[in-house]
Design a protein around this ligand. Structure first.
Ligand SMILES: [Mg+2]
Length: 406
């Protein structure tokens, strides 16, 4: 048997190969509407509704750094990123299973913290955690969540429905999560340097003031799935023509939408919702905040397209920005920058900043998303438990599906 390294073909080619192997099983489920290739798999239910299913894996040292990530946040994020994939189908999440691989440096109390975080946000999203599996792990902590949701067949939204002339919209703000990650990575290094220089130091006494970066750090550690946007769509009878959640950055997700819909797009840099907090952090790192927005990822906002006829329906949803227009495929996927130059987003080389951050740019020009798989392999990192006072739990006991908040 030959030995091909995964790095030789890349993750997307690997998924293609695996998809080929499982393809013969798909015909055994006559109700399967969509297998690999969207945010969720889609299955027809006898009641005329559609079931949507997604799964995500979080692995220590790939997706998070245990030394510096609050465990409660980790549990919460594991649920939120899965709910986000359900939202990307314009569906309502119903229930999830949480499985965990445990290394022997994890205590019972630590595991409880992870599940407390998961349970807290599950309550907010109005979903039940119905089971899972636990196992020993020799390579660090592993968390896998599988989630199931439901949607009326008339409301299902795939990545593939965008049409030339549609408006391109994004909820919330983008780039902030990556800005938070940058701060956390720097803080982690400072912490490790301090420990190295002071080997006798009591590590629990280490403190850092990250208060000025609070908004960005919070977005990174505790992203919220935009279930409020989906609820709004249902209330006003708006069905986006295509939708995806922003796990890899607006630029990357836009390319997915365009490839799946066989269209082109032009977005405007000036319309990208990037907060001043994000710009201040990117300036501090001598980076470009626009790059964070396009390719940083993990914002878990919704990127979607609507027919221009639905513009009025969208107008009462405040936390959304129209950033561009869908064009014919021949127009390519481009961003008009602040100077009026159209930059090709298909080839990263069109924008010199794109090549400076190796962490930002994985080869996803030819992406083939596996349902529920998160392709980002950012090293999530540093976080100081002592100083980071999370204060975003003001609505923690509300089922946000039932309580739309704008
Ligand atoms: Mg997704």
């Amino acid at each position: 048997m030959s030995f091909t390294r995964i790095s030789e073909i890349g993750e997307f080619a690997l998924i293609d190969r695996l998809a080929t192997l499982i393809a013969p099983t798909e015909s055994q489920l006559s109700t399967l509407k969509k297998g690999i290739g969207d945010d969720c798999a889609v299955i027809e239910l006898p009641n005329g509704k559609l079931q949507v299913v997604s799964t995500d894996l979080l692995i220590e040292q790939i997706h998070f750094d245990l030394l510096t990530t609050p465990l409660e946040h980790l549990g919460a994020k594991a649920i939120s990123v899965n709910v986000s994939d359900i939202c990307a189908m314009n569906a309502k999440p119903l229930y999830a299973t949480v499985s965990i691989g445990l290394s022997n440096n994890i205590s019972v109390e630590m595991i409880e913290q992870i599940y407390e975080g998961a349970a807290r946000v599950a309550k907010q999203y109005g979903i039940a955690i119905v089971g899972g599996d636990t196992s020993a792990s020799i390579t660090g902590l592993v968390i896998s969540v599988t989630i199931v949701g439901e949607v009326d067949a008339s409301k299902i939204t795939y990545r593939s429905g965008a049409k030339a002339g549609d408006l391109i919209c994004v909820t919330g703000d983008v780039g902030r999560s990556f800005a938070g990650l940058k701060v956390l990575m720097r803080e982690r290094q400072t912490m490790l340097d301090t420990f190295a220089e002071n080997p006798d130091m009591d590590k629990s006494t280490y403190t850092a003031d990250l208060s000025e970066y609070q908004k960005a750090i919070e977005k990174h550690l505790l992203p919220k799935a935009r279930i409020d946007a989906v609820k709004f769509f249902h209330e006003v009878g708006l069905v986006p023509t295509s939708m995806i959640d922003v796990s890899d950055g607006v630029g990357s997700e836009l390319k997915h939408l365009c490839r799946n819909s066989q269209v082109g797009a032009l977005i405007e840099e000036s319309k990208l919702p990037i907060l001043s907090e994000t710009r201040e952090i990117s300036d501090e790192f001598e980076d470009d905040g626009t790059t964070y927005a396009l390719f940083g990822g993990e914002d878990y906002e919704l990127l979607f397209t609507i027919s221009p006829n639905d513009f009025d329906k969208l107008s009462s949803f405040k936390d959304v920005h129209i950033i561009g227009k869908v064009l014919d495929a021949s127009s390519g996927v481009k961003m008009r920058d602040l100077f009026g130059t159209d930059i090709d987003l298909q080839s990263a080389s069109g924008f010199q900043h794109f090549t400076e951050e190796e962490d930002l740019f994985e080869d996803d020009d030819d992406a083939h998303d596996h349902d529920g798989h998160d392709h980002s392999a950012h090293n999530h990192s540093a976080h100081n438990h002592n100083e980071h006072n999370h204060n975003g739990h003001d609505d923690e006991d509300e089922d946000i599906w039932g309580e739309r908040k704008n």
